[in-house]
Design a protein around this ligand. Structure first.
Ligand SMILES: *[C@@H]1O[C@H](CO)[C@@H](O)[C@H](O)[C@H]1NC(C)=O
Ligand SMILES: *[C@@H]1O[C@H](CO)[C@@H](O)[C@H](O)[C@H]1NC(C)=O
Ligand SMILES: *[C@@H]1O[C@H](CO)[C@@H](O)[C@H](O)[C@H]1NC(C)=O
Ligand SMILES: *[C@@H]1O[C@H](CO)[C@@H](O)[C@H](O)[C@H]1NC(C)=O
Ligand SMILES: *[C@@H]1O[C@H](CO)[C@@H](O)[C@H](O)[C@H]1NC(C)=O
Ligand SMILES: *[C@@H]1O[C@H](CO)[C@@H](O)[C@H](O)[C@H]1NC(C)=O
Ligand SMILES: *[C@@H]1O[C@H](CO)[C@@H](O)[C@H](O)[C@H]1NC(C)=O
Length: 425
């Protein structure tokens, strides 16, 4: 098939070239500037966008796309709207390549010429720089630039994402960068909020992953282009680094890492709780930690004193329990974030360690661990009692002990010599 086509072309060429043989009879291609890398080469059926300058062999310019301020866009090989010499001359070209294509008359405008511009039997010289090449069958092409160590969840249609990106044309010219603003681009991943190609390109991405997303024009800015920087019919390349992903339907996710045994009681609404925490973003950056302040965070459970996601996750914990929780922004600081600390729409991850909790309505809890067989009299108000004791926190941390004194402690009951709960106990 290819051979046949080639033969046919050759026949036509011979027939035309016969009467006027000579050095100008052949199509001459001088690939005088080649890019170091060639992503793809122009093939029949591709669309191309290029700038050209057309001149006569003596150097007189008769047409220039750059002077017109608009690159040429068209199909190659099939249904081409340009003279055969130019159509064939761009075949196999790479983006950023520059060629000088010398076209003999029979592959140009032939004997008839073109209007007052191209005389009869003119050899034409086209200087071409290829800006873009794509095909209507192209799909979004993604290339992995950086793979994160782990991936808890990847982007799905309808998710909300935050990412940093650079946008460039296929010839390497950058047209937009979120780094310029030093803030993430925050958006829903759907066709109402993003160009179709970008929706496809972000799909399946993990936090911490960096991708190059190459989008053909018809899935990007299409025939209109974008502002002054993205011309019509431009393939665009977005290098994106995913910072954060969640779905508005997400609830707080709780992973229980450790539950001490036994667990006598679990926290409930109204409890006063003390806990340590580390707060990080999805990319692992620490934004806050109670350890840095060397004091627990203390609050009531279920009364809305902390962000909703944490409040929820503080329910049903045991003293000493450890939890890893992931809080979507709608259960945290929302789309505005807070000050410089939390950016808008940020997913927050907390590692919680419950130190203790109690309820303000709790009474003194007394457990008898040993009772002598004979018990003739029990202690009462105004008795002088002599006793040994150990005092510790609920998590087992020893505070102090009568052993520190080297002798038993003494107190007269009901004389406010010791704390109230102690007297009861
Ligand atoms: C964007 O370009 C800047 C400057 O070249 C670079 O530092 C940054 O890593 C790029 N970002 C992405 C997501 O590729
Ligand atoms: C890349 O293409 C754009 C428009 O298509 C053009 O303005 C720019 O000069 C080109 N850059 C290079 C390096 O050729
Ligand atoms: C941009 O962000 C980086 C990292 O968060 C920070 O180090 C840098 O100072 C910021 N630059 C500006 C101009 O805000
Ligand atoms: C976020 O900030 C905008 C603009 O400052 C404000 O109009 C909006 O009410 C804020 N949203 C919330 C949930 O605070
Ligand atoms: C918080 O981070 C510190 C330092 O990495 C670590 O020692 C501590 O165990 C962490 N706390 C929790 C609850 O994960
Ligand atoms: C308790 O009473 C019994 C009999 O009433 C007596 O035998 C015993 O010695 C008493 N014990 C103490 C510790 O006083
Ligand atoms: C206090 O702790 C020490 C060391 O564990 C133990 O020997 C002693 O019996 C304890 N005392 C009381 C009153 O529980």
């Amino acid at each position: 098939m290819d051979v046949n086509v080639a033969l046919c072309v050759l026949c036509a060429y011979c027939a035309c070239a016969m009467p006027n043989p000579g050095p100008s009879a052949e199509l001459l291609i001088d690939r005088y500037s080649l890019p170091s890398r060639c992503g793809r080469e122009v093939q029949p059926g591709d669309y191309v966008r290029y700038h050209y300058t057309g001149s006569f062999p003596d150097g007189r310019i008769f047409d220039s796309s750059e002077n017109k301020g608009k690159a040429f866009v068209g199909l190659v090989g099939v249904d081409s709207k340009v003279i055969p010499g130019l159509d064939r001359g761009v075949m196999g070209m790479c983006v950023n390549e520059r060629r000088k294509i010398t076209i003999p008359p029979h592959l140009g405008y032939g004997i008839s010429g073109a209007g007052t511009v191209i005389p009869s039997d003119a050899t034409l010289v086209f200087d071409v720089v290829l800006l873009d090449v794509w095909n209507k069958d192209d799909v979004v092409d993604t290339r992995l630039l950086l793979k994160p160590l782990s991936c808890r969840r990847s982007v799905q249609h309808g998710d909300f994402v935050r990412y940093l990106y650079n946008g460039s044309l296929i010839n390497g010219t950058t047209f937009e960068s979120s780094y310029g603003q030093n803030v993430t681009y925050d958006t829903y991943v759907d066709e109402d909020h993003l160009m179709r190609g970008m929706v496809q390109g972000l799909m399946g991405m993990c936090v911490g992953e960096k991708r190059s997303i190459i989008i053909p024009p018809f899935l990007a800015y299409g025939e209109k282009g974008y502002g002054v920087k993205v011309p019509a019919h431009a393939t665009v390349v977005f290098d994106a680094l995913l910072i954060d992903v969640f779905n508005v339907k997400d609830d707080v996710q709780v992973e229980v890492l450790y539950v001490p045994q036994p667990c006598k009681r679990k926290s409930k609404k109204g409890d006063f709780i003390r806990y340590h925490y580390n707060g990080t973003f999805q990319d692992g950056t620490l934004f806050d930690s109670s350890y840095q302040r060397k004091s627990t965070y203390n609050t009531f459970v279920g009364l809305g004193h902390v962000i909703a996601g944490v409040d929820k996750a503080l329910h049903g914990v045991c003293v000493g329990e450890k939890r890893h929780i992931i809080v979507p922004p709608h259960l945290a600081y929302g789309e505005n974030g807070t000050g410089d600390l939390i950016p808008g729409s940020a997913v927050l991850i907390f590692d919680l360690h419950i130190i203790d909790f109690h309820n303000p309505k709790d009474s003194v809890d007394i457990q008898i661990t040993h009772k002598p067989l004979q018990c003739n009299s029990t202690s009462a108000a105004n008795d002088l009692v002599t006793y040994h004791y150990n005092c510790s926190l609920l998590d087992g941390t020893q505070l102090y002990s009568s052993a520190d004194l080297g002798r038993p402690a003494q107190a007269i009951l009901g004389q406010a010599e010791v704390i109230e709960g102690w007297t009861k106990g």
